[in-house]
Design a protein around this ligand. Structure first.
Ligand code: SAM
Length: 240
């Protein structure tokens, strides 16, 4: 059998995401439901026709390029974070970003439509995508066939949630009060991101006081973890 081996794809859209860096992006979609983003269409065809009736679907599959890591290549075996980061697993048995073809897929919620740069944009939530992610295709999520009730994953049976308590310092609460009107679900978003424990695996066992920073939207969020207490220290605008 001869297989054509020179396919080429161009992005049909681009993601506008609150996640400006890889650090703190959840491992899968739907874990941080308060993550709100937009998918701007780039196709020059009649965009209203392209998305006609799309609102009949509550969720969409996004097929995208891992553009932030695609230059780094791939290996047949990867260290899956779910296995403690030590054991090696076949790349095709994981959702690793370092793949033979650096393509990802995420199911996200569709909330509405708006315009960006005169293009139609889909308002989505629950995304796990870096800002600027190129979108190759959009397909409706069809529950009767995409949801597999009896499916099992021994490697990743449940989401990895932390058991630490998340609170906001007085300063962070004051920052939130000032910013809340301009950022949808900001407090819930920060809480949900932190409840995924974005720290690198090797730091998680550490019970010493540790301080971290992460960027969400154009905000720099500082937080610390001490034993099972996670405290947001400040939420300030980045100097972009
Ligand atoms: N749901 C997708 C899948 O299964 O194909 C992605 C899963 S992958 C484990 C999720 C991680 O990909 C995120 O935590 C983030 O670090 C990374 N990521 C998201 N968008 C990316 C991009 N455009 N380029 C590189 N890495 C990205």
């Amino acid at each position: 059998m001869t297989i054509q081996n020179n396919y080429s794809f161009s992005p049909i859209g681009v993601i506008h995401s609150p996640y400006k860096q890889k650090f703190a992006i959840p491992r899968q979609p739907g874990l941080v439901t308060a993550a709100h983003g937009k998918l701007e269409l780039l196709l020059e065809q009649n965009q209203l026709e392209l998305v006609r009736d799309i609102e009949q679907h509550s969720h969409l599959w996004l097929i995208f390029v891992f553009h932030g890591t695609s230059e780094q290549g791939w290996k047949p075996l990867v260290k899956a974070p779910r296995l403690g980061g030590n054991k090696k697993t076949g790349v095709l048995a994981t959702r690793s970003t370092f793949r033979p073809n650096p393509i990802g897929m995420s199911a996200v919620q569709l909330n509405g439509m708006c315009k960006i740069n005169n293009n139609i944009a889909l308002e989505i939530s629950g995304l796990d995508l870096l800002d600027g992610t190129p979108i190759l295709d959009i397909k409706p999520y069809i529950p009767y066939s995409d949801r597999v009730e009896e499916a099992l994953s021994v490697m990743a049976p449940t989401p990895e949630n932390t058991n630490y308590c998340i609170n906001f310092s007085l300063t962070a609460q004051q920052h939130l009060n000032l910013l809340a009107a301009n950022y949808q679900d900001l407090k819930l978003f920060i809480q949900q991101v932190l409840s995924q424990d974005p720290r690198p695996a090797y730091k998680k066992a550490n019970t010493e006081l540790q301080e971290y920073g992460m960027s969400l939207y154009d905000l720099n969020i500082r937080w610390q973890i001490h034993h099972n207490q996670c405290t947001v220290l400040s939420i300030e605008k980045l100097n972009l």
